[in-house]
Each structure stands twice: as structure tokens, then as C-alpha cells.
Design a protein around this ligand. Structure first.
Ligand SMILES: Cc1cc2nc3c(=O)[nH]c(=O)nc-3n(C[C@H](O)[C@H](O)[C@H](O)COP(=O)(O)O)c2cc1C
Length: 178
């Protein structure tokens, strides 16, 4: 299967996971970048005003693959803004895709993700894998946003998250390793 991994990461977590999954699948991997450095203020404005930022590479790079695997953070319950132009591209260039994220998870799940993806692409994703930093932390205390906000996943986390992701991907898309 001809697979492309497309990742965006603000603080590094989703990039680390994307590198590991791309390696596991021997897939091509592109890292999304922006012309200007992103700030927390820009994140909030993009999400509030539903903006679609300019990114590199252009969405045409996604054409011609059997499966697109998007990885990026969840911001305010939605897919991070720098992945939006790629999702919009799928409306005119339909493709099989899945969305994977290591997000905070301090407020339980991100229940609006599926609706956000379907609205943007016009296509039901083959899989949504919503992994949470909250599940990587010790269970003794109630996890709050301040606990997850600054957490950087380590090598053990990456191994664990890659294994969970591969199990879920193989179950949702049995041909993925073919
Ligand atoms: C502005 C902002 C909003 C966020 N909103 C959510 C959210 O709605 N749900 C969630 O689970 N995590 C949320 N997070 C946490 C990130 O998804 C989490 O820190 C993620 O691991 C960051 O990924 P990255 O290192 O690849 O940028 C938010 C983080 C930021 C900065």
C-alpha cells in the first residue's frame, strides 16, 4: 500500500509519533511547515475565526496515494489549523485517510473530531486515533490541563503509542501492511 504520513506539530509530540509510525510502515513522511513562526495568539485566532493558514508543502503533494495518515495536535476540540488546507484539498481530490493525534486529553475525549474531519473533507475517515497525554501520566491525581500542556512524550511513550496506533490502524485498515 502506498502510504503518505503528513504531520504538523507545535511542540514536537505529534512529530515524534509521526516519525515512528512512518518508519513502522516504511511510508513517506512530510512535515508541514509555515512561513512565519506560530504563536499561541495565532493558534487562538485561527481556531476562533476558522482560518486556514498558508503551509508548505502544497496540498497537491498528497495526490496519488492509497492512504493518507494525518498526524497533528487537537486544538479546542478540532484538528490543528495547519492541517486544514490538506483536509480541504480532499474535498476536490477524494482519498482514503485517517487522523491520528497525541493530544492532551485532560477534558476526556475529543468528541467533535469526527464531525470536524467529515465537514472539512466530505469523507468519513478510515480511522480516528485520539491518544491522550493524560493516559501516560500517573493515575494517582486527577489530570488537569496544566499537567498535560507542557508534557513532552519520551522514547517509552513513543514505543507505547506506536504500538497502540499500529494495532488500531491494522484493525481498521487490514491491508495497511500489505
Ligand atoms: C491552544 C491549545 C488548545 C488545545 N486544545 C486541546 C483540546 O481541545 N483537546 C486536547 O485533548 N488537547 C488540547 N490541547 C493539547 C495538545 O493537543 C497537546 O499538548 C499536544 O500533545 C500537542 O501536540 P504537539 O506537541 O504535536 O504540538 C491544546 C493545546 C493548545 C496549545
Amino acid at each position: 500500500m502506498n502510504i503518505k504520513v503528513i504531520s504538523y506539530s507545535f511542540t514536537g509530540n505529534n512529530e515524534s509519533l509521526a516519525c515512528s509510525i512512518a518508519q513502522e510502515l516504511s511510508a513517506e513522511h512530510i512535515k508541514v511547515s509555515e512561513p512565519k513562526p506560530r504563536t499561541m495568539g495565532i493558534i487562538i485566532l485561527d481556531m476562533l475565526f476558522k482560518r486556514i493558514p498558508r503551509v508548505q508543502p502544497t496540498p497537491e503533494e498528497l495526490n496519488g496515494y492509497d492512504l493518507l495518515l494525518f498526524l497533528g495536535p487537537v486544538w479546542m476540540g478540532q484538528v490543528a489549523a495547519p492541517l486544514r488546507s490538506y483536509l480541504r484539498h480532499l474535498k476536490s481530490h477524494p482519498a482514503n485517510y485517517a487522523f491520528i493525534s497525541i493530544s492532551g486529553g485532560a477534558d476526556a475525549g475529543n468528541g467533535k473530531l469526527e464531525g470536524d474531519l467529515e465537514k472539512r473533507t466530505g469523507i468519513k475517515p478510515a480511522a480516528i486515533i485520539d491518544l491522550h497525554i493524560a493516559d501516560l501520566l500517573p493515575v494517582s491525581n486527577k489530570v488537569e490541563r496544566k499537567d498535560t500542556a507542557s508534557y513532552k512524550i519520551n522514547n517509552n511513550d513513543i514505543t507505547k503509542l506506536t504500538s497502540i496506533t499500529m494495532t488500531q490502524l491494522t484493525s481498521a485498515i487490514p491491508r495497511i501492511k500489505g
